[in-house]
Design a protein around this ligand. Structure first.
Ligand code: ZN
Length: 196
C-alpha cells in the first residue's frame, strides 16, 4: 500500500459505500494510519491509497502519540455554517499549497471501525480536514476548489506532477488506467456489494 499522487485516476474516482467492516478493513485502516504519520499528514482518504471505499482517517496532531485517531466510514456532511479561506495541502500533492474556501463548521454523520454510529459537530482544523477528505471520496481534489487565479500560480508545480505520472505510467511503474479501474472494481465487489 502506498500513497498515490496527482493525477492518478483513482484520485478523481467517486468512491463507493462500504457494506462490510471486517478484519481486513481494520488492517487496511491501521496501514493507512502508518502511511499518514510517516508522511506527517493530518488526514488520508482510502482512494489516496488506491482503494475506492468511502472511508477516511484523521488525526489533526499528525502524531501517533498525540491527538485523537478518528476513522470515518460512509461520512455524510451537512449544516455547514460560515466560511473561511485557508491554505491547504494534500498528501497526494506533496509540497503544493493553495487557498481553499470551506464552511467554518460542519456536521458529520458516519460509522466508526466497530460499526458504531458517529455524529459530530466540528469546527476549526478538524472541520476543514473532514471537508477536504470527504471531497476525496467524491473524486474532488483541493485544486478543484481553488479559484482560477490562485490555481494559475500552481501551474508549473502541477505540470511537474503530471509529467512525472505520465512517464511512470509509460515506463510500467504505474499500471495502465484499464488495470487500475479493473482493480477498483474488484475492491468494490469485496467491500461494497450486499451479500445475502
Ligand atoms: Zn488530500
Amino acid at each position: 500500500m502506498e500513497i498515490i499522487t496527482h493525477p492518478h485516476p483513482t484520485l478523481s474516482y467517486k468512491s463507493k459505500t462500504i457494506q462490510r467492516i471486517n478484519s481486513e478493513l481494520r488492517d487496511i485502516v491501521a496501514e493507512m494510519f502508518e502511511l499518514m504519520y510517516a508522511a506527517q499528514g493530518v488526514g488520508l482518504a482510502a482512494n489516496q491509497v488506491n482503494l475506492p471505499l468511502r472511508l477516511f482517517i484523521v488525526n489533526t496532531s499528525a502524531d501517533s502519540e498525540e491527538g485523537e485517531q478518528l476513522v470515518f466510514i460512509n461520512p455524510v456532511l451537512s449544516k455547514g455554517k460560515g466560511s473561511e479561506i485557508e491554505d491547504e495541502g494534500c498528501l497526494s500533492l506533496p509540497g503544493v499549497y493553495g487557498p481553499v474556501n470551506r464552511t467554518r463548521t460542519i456536521h458529520v454523520e458516519a460509522f466508526g471501525l466497530q460499526g458504531n454510529a458517529i455524529s459530530m459537530d466540528l469546527d476549526g482544523l478538524l472541520a476543514r480536514v473532514v471537508q477536504h477528505e470527504t471531497d476525496h471520496l467524491d473524486g474532488i481534489m483541493f485544486l478543484d476548489r481553488m479559484n482560477p487565479l490562485s490555481l494559475k500560480t500552481l501551474q508549473a508545480d502541477l505540470q511537474e506532477f503530471e509529467l512525472e505520472f505520465a512517464s511512470r505510467q509509460q515506463g510500467g511503474i504505474i499500471e495502465s488506467n484499464d488495470v487500475i479501474y479493473a482493480k477498483l472494481t474488484e475492491w468494490e465487489a469485496k467491500f461494497c456489494t450486499q451479500h445475502v
